[in-house]
Design a protein. Structure first.
Length: 364
């Protein structure tokens, strides 16, 4: 365990898309960081540049089975716990729905107990999916949502809602200092090429010259926040002294259709890819746009990176990482290997990649 006078943050899910960027920002702000990840959807290459940083430690563990003693070896203090530990895209979280739900509930409980034991501030990365297919637009934190509790997305949607419930019960009992971020669609470098969402799909397919998959008629809307802006919001939320009155939306309020997003990707990549339309998935939200007024008021936060700039950065990253698009091991295969479960067909057709190179073992 890291020891020193700097503040110490635990980042669960720290090898993932958002989590690895958060680790970078915290280290840049002179924190020491303990990353916890099972590598079910997180990727070791996201952390490779941190291997030799003495302020960074990695614990390979599943938060479902985590115990505070695994993280608190040597009695080291912890100042903040960030819970980003859950698969976040439909193909990934539907690959093993039981594991997804347990991550949201049991994993959150275990991390809450860690924060309670150490007195650390606790930030739960929740999601705009708690609003479901919304009947209110744009979505403010006061909206309770329109969620199908028995559909194929419920393992994630209801899992995150239950995680919020548990976290607020801890807070009401005075057991933790709580922050809850409801994260809207976020994109940028380090997205998985098999992520299954519109930005990663459109960019990787355009770069390969393949048809770009559009679900439904493409008129459904999303609001896309660049990763740097989102992580800035998370750091501000954890640091704010005022106790939030409830969850805080973090996302970009600029709304556009998924068809418009695909056309922008085509223009920026110079690709001649056609649009391939497929049926809309079950319970896929028709409209999605955050009301971020509370984040502006509480945190002084608003997105700064425009869509074109963010897409250019994302496209440039995928151009450099195209070999991973061909060799990535899909989460469903990881789930089958670890848990012996059937998973789902969402990962079909993806080729398994080489075994990842391990990072150094965490220090005592």
């Amino acid at each position: 365990m890291i020891k020193g006078k700097r503040k110490v943050a635990v980042v669960a899910g720290g090898a993932g898309f958002l989590g690895s960027h958060l680790c970078d920002v915290l280290l840049g702000d002179s924190w020491e960081v303990v990353c916890i990840d099972s590598f079910l959807t997180g990727r070791r290459q996201n952390l490779r540049h941190l291997e030799r940083d003495p302020r960074f430690d990695l614990i390979e563990a599943d938060v479902i089975d985590l115990r505070p003693g695994q993280v608190m070896r040597g009695g080291g203090r912890i100042d903040a716990v960030f819970n980003l530990a859950c698969a976040a895209s439909p193909p990934h979280y539907q690959a093993d729905p039981e594991h997804t739900l347990l991550t949201c509930v049991l994993g959150t409980r275990n991390l809450l107990q860690l924060a309670e034991r150490t007195g650390a501030g606790f930030l739960l990365a929740s999601t705009s999916e708690v609003y479901g297919d919304p009947e209110v637009h744009p979505q403010a934190e006061s909206y309770w949502g329109h969620v199908n509790p028995t559909g194929p997305r419920a393992c994630y949607d209801e899992g995150k809602r239950a995680g919020e419930t548990l976290a607020f019960d801890y807070a009401r009992a005075g057991r933790v200092r709580l922050r809850v971020a409801r994260i809207f669609n976020t994109y940028g470098p380090r997205m998985r090429p098999d992520d299954g969402r519109i930005v990663s799909n459109a960019v990787t397919q355009a770069l390969a010259g393949d048809p770009i998959t559009i679900y439904g008629d493409g008129s459904q809307t999303r609001s896309f926040c660049y990763v740097d802006d989102l992580v800035d919001g998370l750091v501000r939320l954890q640091a704010v002294e005022a106790t939030p009155r409830g969850p805080v939306n973090l996302g970009n309020p600029e709304e556009l259709t998924v068809a418009e997003l695909a056309e922008r990707v085509l223009a920026l990549t110079g690709s001649a890819s056609a649009l391939l339309r497929r049926p809309l998935p079950v319970d896929d939200p028709r409209r999605r746009r955050p009301d971020v007024g509370y984040a502006r008021q509480l945190l002084g936060w608003s997105p700064r990176v425009g869509l074109e700039t963010g897409l250019r950065n994302t496209i440039a990253w995928f151009r450099q990482e195209r070999h991973w698009a061909l060799s990535v091991r899909p989460p469903v295969a990881e789930s089958q290997a670890r848990y012996g479960k059937a998973g789902s067909a969402n990962g079909a057709g993806l080729r398994p990649g080489p075994e990842p190179v391990p990072l150094r073992a965490p220090r005592d």
